[in-house]
Design a protein around this ligand. Structure first.
Ligand code: 5CA
Length: 444
């Protein structure tokens, strides 16, 4: 993409309404624009990152054997009356009446709708286990939407639902989700720690939240520092193997890690003092096992191996897709702007032409652009007639992990400069080697 042909409305001023750094940077980098309280338009740069986050979520869900689908945003109130949540959910639910006086709602979550789909089509244990998921917009009329996409009213969520014939298989589904989430967040350059939590309006006994440590997080968290040393890495996991998944879950749930809702001072005090940490965290996901809470009142049963009709065991599993953009920025920025992890960056690499209009520099930039594109990479070429300082400031603000700087002086010696956004370190390389280096970084 050439910057002169793109829509990147960066702001010079720091927007006064934004209280935390991720919100400020998302506005300044032209990623989002508020449409009304807690509701945002995703401008091209923000939309690109959102799609990248979504893609990783899809890939990891499908790697774990979960099936993608799409349910609507508007739901019938009648379904929620069946589960008893229509009245219980309270003012966070946006209730709507259509022209035929039928009650609808903008879905804050989809347990009822998925249970209805399941009961209409599945009746035997032979079709299980089954996990269906979608990535869809949700609406919760939060009393205090704030921090930009972090606590929005309209937000994008991945929500998945497992259906299992008995408790043991449902716990395997829970474990499988935990394992797949660990890999999902790591691919986004995040450390998200599973913490024992409270189930709130979704219900159920077993639940973990995934928290990214950040001073601006809304939750208070207590943990054993040992958990921050754990890495998922590129282990090969057989997601159907119950023992293997249970082992990984044990590894991550043995060190103490709880949110303030479930924190237990007596247990925490057994952690050696030098490893006890109190911090704040951003909740980027939550998994629940709630058994037959929805299947029983809604009559979602299957015939089990013994020929009996039993309500299915269910759980639901959420990832805050749009919130993740805020969380990633909170975890990865400096005074000059965002520092995108390579896994989610909107463009792989920036090209800065120090002397737009200089025939040599222009040609070298075009060649770099073509060579990077030919490798399957997407560069952002700053081809504006701007001074170098302004171009560097824009690149730093929007946070591309790598920048190639091209100027007449370097070209005389046959070199361009490859700079890491994270470390600020630069290397002078021939254009060919610079392209090969960037391609190698992205595994292309
Ligand atoms: N049905 C379950 C799991 S599918 C559910 O709704 N879980 S949840 O309430 O925990 O939401 C899942 C994730 O969505 C949260 O972990 C959080 O990351 C994100 N989320 C929740 N509320 C908001 C909000 N107001 N703005 C942005 N993201 C949110």
């Amino acid at each position: 993409m050439r910057l002169t042909r793109y829509f990147l409305p960066v702001l010079k001023e720091t927007p006064s309404e934004a209280q935390i750094v991720s919100h400020r940077l998302m506005l300044r980098a032209g990623m989002i624009k508020q449409a009304s309280a807690g509701i945002y338009s995703w401008l091209p740069l923000g939309y690109k990152v959102l799609r990248n986050v979504e893609r990783i979520v899809h890939e990891e869900q499908q790697r774990a054997g979960h099936i993608p689908m799409l349910m609507p945003t508007l739901q019938s109130a009648d379904l929620w009356r069946e589960s008893g949540r229509y009245d219980a959910y309270g003012p966070e639910m946006l209730r709507i009446r259509d022209r035929h006086e039928r009650d609808l709602l903008y879905g804050p979550t989809n347990e009822e709708m998925i249970t209805d789909i399941f009961r209409s089509h599945v009746s035997s244990y032979r079709d299980l286990p089954m996990t269906l998921y979608h990535i869809q917009w949700k609406f919760r009329d939060e009393i205090r939407p704030r921090f930009g996409v972090m606590r929005g009213r309209e937000f994008l969520m991945k929500d998945g639902y497992n259906f299992d014939v008995d408790y043991e298989s449902a716990i395997h589904a829970y474990n499988r989700h935990m394992v797949s989430y660990l890999r999902t967040y790591e691919r986004m350059g995040l450390q998200a720690i599973p913490m024992r939590a409270d189930s709130g309006p979704i219900g159920g006994d077993d639940t973990h939240e995934f928290l990214v440590l950040a001073d601006t997080g809304e939750s208070e968290v207590f943990y054993d520092a040992a958990i921050t040393d754990l890495k998922f890495g590129d282990r090969k996991v057989d997601y159907d193997n119950r023992d293997e998944c249970a082992e990984i879950v044990k590894e991550w749930t043995t060190p103490y890690a709880r949110t303030d809702e479930t924190h237990d001072e007596a247990i925490f005090n057994q952690v050696p003092e030098e490893r006890r940490r109190t911090s704040r965290g951003i909740e980027v996901g939550q998994i629940f096992y709630f058994g037959t809470k929805y299947s029983e009142p809604m009559g979602a049963t299957v015939v089990n191996r013994e020929g009996q009709h039993v309500p299915v065991h269910m759980g639901s599993h959420g990832i805050g897709v749009s919130r993740l953009l805020g969380a990633i920025i909170e975890a990865s920025h400096d005074d000059n702007g965002i520092i995108w992890p390579e896994g989610v960056t909107p463009f792989h690499c920036g090209i800065v032409n120090l002397k737009q209009g200089d025939a040599e520099a222009d040609r070298a930039c075009e060649q770099l652009y073509d060579a990077l594109t030919a490798k399957g990479l997407e560069p952002l070429y700053d081809d504006r007639e701007e001074r170098a300082g302004a171009k560097f400031a824009t690149m730093d603000l929007i946070g591309l992990p790598w920048r190639i700087t091209v100027g007449p002086r370097g070209l005389k010696n046959g070199v361009v400069e490859l700079t890491s956004r994270k470390t600020g370190e630069s290397e002078e390389l021939s254009p060919e080697v610079a392209v090969a280096r960037v391609a190698e970084i992205y595994g292309k």
